[in-house]
Ligand binder design. Structure first.
Ligand code: RP5
Length: 167
């Protein structure tokens, strides 16, 4: 029968003791991960959308809320959008801000793949005054909700995300 020597490092006699031993360094490391983990994901359909989404990031930064920015298009990278949104809650995200121009559908597609709140930012394109993007976000059919801010209204998307997180 196997006998277990007390560990010279910890002085513990059994694995059970080791499991309940306080590990302040490990706990501190986990707290750090928790604090630094992004709570908002800002996604956009094109790199050309980035300047339009910038005010959302600025609002979050001012509120001290960590966020990440990812480029993914509902029609060019549908699998990437699906995988990102499926993993979002597990990764600690609490809100997704999705910006897209034309009728690119990124906010609605994101909302279809997560139960986190999704805030759509319709981006002004070259035609229709942004109405195409506005309708693709705001006119989502019942069952898959997308909150929608004004055309090019990324600042309010950031502020709304803060309110959702603090609710
Ligand atoms: C959408 O199509 C993007 O969100 C962008 O606003 C629009 C046009 O895309 P680009 O031609 O600028 O890449 O997917």
């Amino acid at each position: 029968m196997e006998t277990r020597e007390p560990s010279t490092e910890t002085g513990l006699e059994t694995p059970q003791d080791a499991a309940t031993e306080p590990m302040p360094e490990v706990e501190a490391a986990f707290e750090e991960i928790e604090v630094d983990a992004p709570r908002v994901g800002i996604i956009m359909g094109s790199k050309n959308d980035k300047p339009k989404l910038q005010p959302a990031g600025e609002a979050l930064h001012e509120a001290g809320i960590h966020y990440e920015v990812r480029l993914m298009s509902a029609h060019r990278d549908p699998e990437k959008v699906r995988d990102y949104c499926h993993a979002a809650r597990m990764r600690g995200l609490q809100v997704i801000i999705a910006g897209a121009g034309m009728s690119a559908a990124l906010p609605g597609v994101a909302a279809a793949h997560t139960d986190l709140p999704v805030i759509g930012v319709p981006i002004l394109g070259k035609s229709l005054g942004g109405l195409d993007a506005l309708l693709s976000a705001v006119q989502m059919p019942p069952g898959v909700p997308v909150a929608c801010v004004a055309v090019d209204g990324a600042k309010n998307a950031g502020l709304l995300a803060i309110r959702i997180i603090n609710a």
